[in-house]
Design a protein around this ligand. Structure first.
Ligand SMILES: NC(=O)C1=CN([C@@H]2O[C@H](COP(=O)(O)OP(=O)(O)OC[C@H]3O[C@@H](n4cnc5c(N)ncnc54)[C@H](O)[C@@H]3O)[C@@H](O)[C@H]2O)C=CC1
Ligand SMILES: CC(C)CC(=O)C(=O)O
Length: 365
């Protein structure tokens, strides 16, 4: 990857490469756009095949956060970190504390939280070194693990998508194929089960699948069979790029609504999905519950306020479908326009110098 070329193409502000030999920390912090406020986005720990893959993931995820935070109406920009390593083997206290010090060095331009491969306990270690971290333990007055709230947001967003596709937002009797039953999806399965949906699940982690089978009466399928399974809703909740040239022809679902970030391998896959008449709930809107929840910590966490805001995901998804129909554009593009318009408006209106830019956080209530 030619880093500067890539950054210029998608207008990234900053990429920070962090290395700490003692702890084994290798982290890439990508800050895409801070027009709306400090960049907030989680930290993913993953075993990448090579450095290029890690850079690309950090950059793509950071851009997604710019759009997610803008579409959610947050006064926050977009950033994300990837730590290169195996979350099951390579973690240690010194690593997350070293990472915390690097974040502190950015002086508030970037605020972190959990993502795939990192936990509340990891963020508590980061908090030992910096205030610019969210999703830490409730014992610190924080909101804890964002995953259950993300799951709730995906659930309400899925209902809005079901209304668009089937004329009714009830998920009772609907068959939902859930790909990945990790932190978010397991909680999503619980909501769906409680409403009477039928679940089909898959995961590379057999124990997670077994739990979903036992607790929710889910049917388990092989990881390669999830796309072609007979279902009403396909819910991608593992990693990104699962909506692509190979998988779209296999899909039988009328709706795609899931938690994963960067579900479309390329933008054009959003066009193809639309042409096939599949209702696609844009990923960064439907999965914004977690960031909405942790962002509330920045103004003094209030769970009721945060959950009320998460419930607006239903209206946001509905609005996107309305724009999509009105302007005859795919839903992913309707979401992008909504986010871009907000960023551009704010970019134009915020020209005068302020001594304390962080104060904008308190105005997002
Ligand atoms: N945790 C959160 O609050 C948020 C998460 N997301 C996104 O949602 C997705 C899931 O996040 P979490 O549940 O936190 O992660 P997680 O790591 O707890 O769950 C992911 C699950 O996917 C499984 N998996 C990985 N590759 C797979 C494959 N090829 N086929 C089937 N299963 C596979 C893993 O074994 C794991 O159980 C990620 O894309 C994440 O970026 C987005 C917004 C917020
Ligand atoms: C996990 C969230 C709190 C933030 C984030 O990184 C995301 O929404 O993808």
């Amino acid at each position: 990857m030619e880093l500067f070329k890539y950054m210029e193409k998608y207008d990234y502000e900053q990429t920070v490469v962090c290395q700490d030999k003692e702890s084994g920390l290798k982290a890439i912090i990508a800050i895409h756009d801070t027009t709306l406020g400090p960049a907030l986005g989680g930290t993913r720990m993953w075993t990448y095949n090579n450095e290029e893959e890690a850079f690309e993931d950090a950059l793509r995820l950071a851009k997604g956060m710019t759009y997610k935070n803008a579409a959610a109406g947050l006064n926050l920009g977009g950033g994300k970190t990837v730590i290169i390593g195996d979350p099951r083997k390579d973690k240690n206290e010194a690593m997350f504390r070293a990472f915390g010090r690097f974040i502190q060095g950015l002086n508030g331009r970037y605020i972190t939280a959990e993502d795939v491969g990192t936990t509340v306990e990891d963020m508590d270690l980061v908090y030992s070194e910096t205030d610019y971290v969210t999703g830490i333990s409730p014992a610190f007055g924080s909101s804890g693990n964002p995953s259950p709230v993300t799951a709730y947001g995906v659930y309400v967003g899925m209902k809005a998508a079901a209304k668009e596709a089937f004329g009714d937002d009830s998920l009772e009797g609907k068959t939902v194929a859930v790909q990945g039953v990790g932190n978010v999806a397991y909680n999503l399965c619980r909501h769906l089960h409680e409403e009477g949906a039928k679940l089909i699940v898959t995961d590379i982690n057999r124990e997670a699948v077994q739990s979903a089978v036992e607790e929710f009466g889910a049917e388990a399928v092989d990881i390669n069979d999830i796309y072609s399974t007979d279902c009403d809703i396909y819910s991608p909740c593992a990693l990104g790029a699962t909506i692509n040239d190979e998988t779209i022809p296999q899909l039988k679902a009328k709706v795609i609504a899931g938690a994963a970030n960067n579900q479309l391998k390329e933008s054009r896959h959003g066009d193809i999905v639309q042409e096939k008449g599949i209702i696609y709930a844009p990923d960064y809107v439907i999965n914004s519950g977690g960031v909405i929840n942790v962002a509330d910590e920045l103004i003094g966490y209030n769970r009721d306020r945060a959950m009320k805001k998460v419930e607006t995901i239903y209206d946001s998804i509905t609005k996107i479908f309305d724009i999509s129909k009105r302007d005859n554009i795919p839903s992913y593009l309707a979401a992008n326009r909504m986010a871009e318009e907000r960023i551009e408006t704010m970019r134009k209106s915020r020209r005068q110098f302020l001594t304390n830019e962080m104060s904008i956080l308190s105005r997002g209530r």
